[in-house]
Design a protein around this ligand. Sequence first.
Ligand SMILES: [Zn+2]
Length: 810
Amino acid sequence: MKIQQAHPHPRFNAAGTKVVFTSDWTGYCQVYEAEGPEFRGCRRRSRRAREPTEGEQHVANETCRVAAALAAAWIGGPATGGAEAGAGMTFGPGDLCLLVGERASLVERRAADLFAAEVRRRTALDVPVGSVARAKHALVAGTAASGDEASAFAEQRPEVAKLGPDGYCLATTPDANGRLHVVGQSPSGVVAGLGKLLRLARYAERAVVVPAVTLTDTPQLPVRGIYFATHFGNFYHVAPLDEVDRVIEDFALWGGNSLTVWFDMHHFSGFDDPAAQAHVGRLKHFGETARGLGMQFGLAFLANEAYNTSPEPLRAKWLPGWPHYHVELCPSKPEGLALTGKWQAQILSAFPNVDFIWTWPYDQGGCACDQCKPWGANGFLRASEQLARLYHERFPEGKVWLSTWLFDSLSGAQGEYAGLLRYLREQKPSWLGGILGGTHGDALPKVLDERPDPERYPLTCFPEISMYQMSPWGGCGANPLPGFCGRLMDNLRERTPFVRGRIQGGWPYSEGIYEDLNKFLWSQFFWSPGRPTEDMLAEYASYYLCPEATADAVRLFHLLEETHPRTNWRVRNLAQAEEAWALAEALDARLPTWAKASWRWRLLYVRAAIDHVLKSNRHVTAEARSALQPLCDELVRLYHAQNTFIRPAPLPTPKDTANLALDHPVRVSSTHPECADSERMLTNGILAQDDPQDFWVHDPSKEKTAWVVVDLGESKAIKEVRLQFRGLYGQFWFVPSSLAFEVSDDGERFQQVMTSQAVPKEGSEYSPDLRTCEIGMKGRYLRLTLGASQHVAPPYPGALELTEVEVYGP
Ligand SMILES: [Zn+2]
């Protein structure tokens, strides 16, 4: 059997009321819809009414003090005095070293090295790292346990003893001995503290300016994670290891403390497949990197996952619309459950440390058979219990998070949330450590608040930052989504109290580096949920781009979100593309050399440049193609995306101006109400390879056959008509059984030209090549009648679709 290579992720319709599943012959287009009741009516409401706790208030005060001082000292001009952050001190060559304690852990040493490396990259200044001071001033970095200097500091400062898990204390006014301090409650706290200091500092040629701040800060949520999807040839899957390591290091410096990766079995023929072994090695390397930075490391598992060689008789049942590769196994077949377990155990045994695992219900996966349904409350739980047992045999202390992603969204799988809650109430499973709430939108399903024993089964979330309103993902560069992320943050703030044991944080879903800003936002939210989004955006802009241009950069982030929604080269709204481009060009001229060349800036810049080209060329000219080509090439280079769809779409096909039907009016006998006005797509010159969502569909509830009339404007000699049919899953779909052509000069009386049964066979391998039908007649109106659809089974039985009608003269 042919293995489907598509990755049919669901997304929301424009109104946010339905989940739309997408797949087509390229692996990407829409087909199915499912109701998304949990996400309905998500509106912004007032902030949480609960009074902040003393600890929260303390942190909030500290954050405000530092933010205000920074605004004064760095962003808005000179400090006006009295703030905890003074103007700072400039350190040049030989002025500053980094002092790590004699008992410092590897994590603390690594953090110190990262700090020095980042300063060097930006300034060419050498800040030596060691346990003996080699400069007049020394930045003492460590936990109180790591050395005498940090320990003495902690004794003088009662606030150090009060730090919560992973908190830190920054005191950067040099003391009498010329010491500055970053003291963490844990090694991870030292990493976060040094990261914060990097973001507060300013940089010049061979000089670093360290602001004089006093700040104690403790993260409010214990799970500050990121999920690297490690598949499909995306950045995490194929980039050189050291480039991915840099991303993990940055995340740790932001205060992140948890990394999840996935061994995606379907890529491989089996565990001994050399490619599978190489991938295990790669994931282990990321685990070592993460743990070496004080982070936790975990593996995602699909509960009924399988290699692409899985035995067909043991495979799971699926229904149309299910995101599935059709290789997954049915856990209600004993041999299927055993085989999944055997494979999962092999993977678990390959890793020396797995702090937690996820068990995942769908995408791909699930089983629709009678014994497994409803999947999320039945077969999924059985498979997950086995997975948890296999995991705890190897890692008894580890935690199992159960994902509810796509629950109650697929046809044939209703009652999943209710069934899961019943299972928690009645079975009180001890293997389960918590729930990973599924969402692709800007709200967590409310039903999760009703779970029993929320202290025992805490909640985390899985924010969407990668594929929202865009395909291909990252195909046009950076996708800043401060508004979208902010709405989910508001939903979490207002609805679920941030109490340990309730919402514990989460892992945003990352498919690559193009959503770096969104990652940063979530890392900051998990650290301090009360912090305003604008404050986080300013910190990112100031640190990664240019402190003096922070306001412009933040404006650019917002503009890029306005122009973000897109399918291939069709962008929904380019109204603000020119303002974004002007800002991007102005910023590019102002950035320091290191920032101008950085991938973070290039991804933002390329995105603004692409939108500018699309806006000024309406994406169809040869000039547009030549302007887009180098931008696309750069993205492919940055992503290492030689073999993935997480890269720019193929360049748009210029419209063929010899096509007499191009942009001419079309009338049709009916149009499906879900695709109103779609008949205009028949002559807009946009082919399926440029935009798979650009097609017309007739209304099968009204008629079995359908007709299309194209008005050429005046009577013309018609040599031939070329048609492009629809494809899905690599096959022809919704194809008529016959074609009939007629021409007319008045649009009333038509003259029969020819009929044809020469149409593609439904279900055969798709080709986007246009089919030519010889006409050899003259007329102003061309009428094409489509015979009954070859597509008779659900979904959309009887539907007739076409993507393009072209007309050519002799
Ligand atoms: Zn089954």
